[in-house]
Structure formats: structure tokens, C-alpha cells
Design a binder for this molecule. Structure first.
Ligand code: GAL
Length: 314
């Protein structure tokens, strides 16, 4: 891109904040675009063997003096005879009434995955994929713009995600698929077998980071005969995203081009009757049609190009 060239403005909701790996605690970061219903924060970590307590605070600002209001204070405590979690809100320097949850699913010495799912009225928290608590907001969620992590915790990764747009209205709890950093299985080009093809309702999730000076990013689905009924391709030269047919016909996808060097992306493909629906960074972007038989006969997912992958799941 030449220096004078203007980029199309991109709606805020299209941009995902990159995950953070192995941050040093205490760790405080701005939540890009703040929090709103439909956002998720995923925290992968380990509780040290001698942990007394840690806290994950969703704060309104980050001033040190006076201390900021804390809309959601999530505070596991391990040093008592019965480990538990306290949630509370700090408003104008005063703590409210504590809410307390016994039977803490986090354990000293164990790795965990916490998922904070922000709704309209409350936040839901799951631990290792199991719903653990919900806490009603006492301060407006729109005031929250900062995440703070303090205390006895080793943080492996913090991710900021949007709820799967295809799951709207679903009662199912979103699954937090962990980020992997050093898995050989995620080396690019990356190939995954689809032993039973694709069926309506199945979702493919690909998360990663675009490398510096990228050329392209390709996700293709192949069948037993190594035919490629469908390919999704991002070309950086002309900043376009398109479906490519087996005959090389290109169907452009009209959406802001979201693949930027060093930036995080998430591709979701939902298999449905007659095709695949696409979402990028949590935004639905239409579908491509494919017959049910073609979908069932798919056997391999291949990802190649200028990306580093953190998660490939289906
Ligand atoms: C206090 C504690 C604070 C916070 C608060 C929550 O006793 O000092 O750090 O956890 O409880 O109610």
C-alpha cells in the first residue's frame, strides 16, 4: 500500500483485540472498544501451588489514585478451609455486598480456562467449560474499559472474542477453545482430517495472527478424490476476500478486509443445509452454497499462507 492511500473505515465491531500470551501479573490492559453484550474474555492460566488468592477485575478506567470503580471483581480464594469465589463491585471506593460461590472448580496447581461471557444484564462465568456463576451488573457494562489481573495466578493467554453470531438465541454455553502457542499441529500449512465430512450444525473455527508482509491466506476443503469444492482466499495484494470454486471462479465477499499484518483474526464456518455460512471476527458475512453430498464427502481441511495459527477446531 502506498503511504497516501486511504483505507476503508472499518466498523469497530469488526476489529478483534489480539490475544496476549504470558503477560506478567499484575497485568492491566485496555479492552478495545470497551465491553458490551456479546463479548467474551477468555483467560487460560494455572493456579500456583501456594496460591492464596487472585482477582480478575473489569474496571472503569485505570487510574491509580483514586482507584477506579470495579464493575466486576472475580476473586477466587484458596487459603481458607473451603476455597470459594467472591464477586463484588467497587463503587466510589466502597465495596458492595459480597456474592459468594462455594465449590470452586479451580484448584491449586491446576491449569484452567475461564470464560467471561457478557450479557445484557449479567456476566456468566464458566470454568473449564462448565457454567460456574452469573453475576448481575451493579454498574453499567458500558463503563468498563479495562481488564486487571492481580494476585497468585500464572496467565498463559487472555483472549477477547465475540460470541459466535450463528449461536444467537441458542441456549448452549459457548465453548472456549484454548489458544495453543507451540503446537506442531498448528504449523502452517496445517491439515486436519474430516473423517465424516461436514454435517449441518458443525462449526469450523480458525484463529490466528497475520504475519508481517503477508501474501495470502487460504482455507480449503478437499474431498476423498483431492478435489477442492470450496476455498476461501484472502489476497493481500488487492486486499480482497473471495470464495474460489473448483474451476477457479472467484466470488468476492463484500466486507471490510480484516487481515492486517500482526493482527488477530477469527474465521468461523458453519455448515448448514445447502452450504457454508461464514463469519469473520464474530460478524456474519453470508454463505456459499454446496450440496449436502459434497459436504458429506469432504475429508480434509487445509490452511496455508502467511498466518500463525492459535486454534483450529471443528
Ligand atoms: C475485601 C478485599 C478486597 C476485595 C473485597 C471484595 O475484603 O480486601 O480485595 O476482595 O473484599 O468484597
Amino acid at each position: 500500500m502506498s503511504p497516501g492511500e486511504k483505507l476503508d473505515p472499518i466498523p469497530d465491531s469488526f476489529i478483534l483485540q489480539p490475544p496476549v500470551f504470558h503477560p506478567v501479573v499484575p497485568y492491566v490492559t485496555t479492552i478495545f472498544g470497551g465491553l458490551h453484550a456479546g463479548k467474551m474474555v477468555m483467560l487460560q492460566g494455572v493456579v500456583p501451588l501456594k496460591a492464596r488468592r487472585f482477582q480478575v477485575d473489569f474496571q472503569c478506567g485505570c487510574s491509580l489514585c483514586p482507584p477506579p470503580d470495579i464493575a466486576i471483581h472475580f476473586n477466587p480464594r484458596f487459603h481458607t478451609t473451603r476455597p470459594h469465589v467472591i464477586c463484588n463491585t467497587l463503587h466510589g471506593g466502597c465495596w458492595g455486598v459480597e456474592a459468594r460461590w462455594p465449590r470452586l472448580a479451580l484448584q491449586r496447581g491446576a491449569a484452567f480456562l475461564l470464560l467471561f461471557l457478557f450479557g445484557n444484564e449479567e456476566v456468566k462465568v464458566s470454568v473449564n467449560g462448565q457454567h460456574f456463576l452469573h453475576y448481575r451488573y451493579r454498574l453499567p457494562l458500558s463503563r468498563v474499559d479495562t481488564l486487571g489481573i492481580f494476585g497468585d495466578i500464572l496467565v498463559k493467554a487472555v483472549g477477547f472474542l465475540n460470541v459466535n453470531p450463528f449461536a444467537e438465541g441458542s441456549q448452549e454455553y459457548p465453548v472456549g477453545h484454548p489458544f495453543l502457542l507451540t503446537s506442531r499441529r498448528l504449523e502452517v500449512p496445517c491439515s486436519r482430517a474430516l473423517p465424516r465430512g461436514l454435517w449441518p450444525g458443525q462449526v469450523i473455527i480458525v484463529r490466528g495472527l497475520v504475519l508481517q508482509e503477508p501474501k495470502d491466506f487460504t482455507l480449503s476443503l478437499r474431498d476423498e478424490a483431492a478435489r477442492v469444492p470450496v476455498t476461501l482466499r484472502a489476497s493481500f495484494a488487492d486486499r480482497s476476500l473471495a470464495w474460489i470454486s473448483p474451476w477457479g471462479r472467484k466470488t468476492p465477499i463484500s466486507a471490510p478486509f480484516l487481515f492486517y499484518p500482526q493482527r488477530f483474526f477469527e474465521v468461523l464456518l458453519l455448515c448448514q443445509e445447502g452450504g457454508l455460512k461464514l463469519a469473520l471476527n464474530g460478524q456474519g458475512l453470508g454463505a456459499t452454497s454446496l450440496g449436502q453430498q459434497t459436504l458429506e464427502q469432504l475429508r480434509e481441511l487445509r490452511i496455508s499462507g502467511s498466518v500463525q495459527l492459535y486454534c483450529v477446531h471443528y
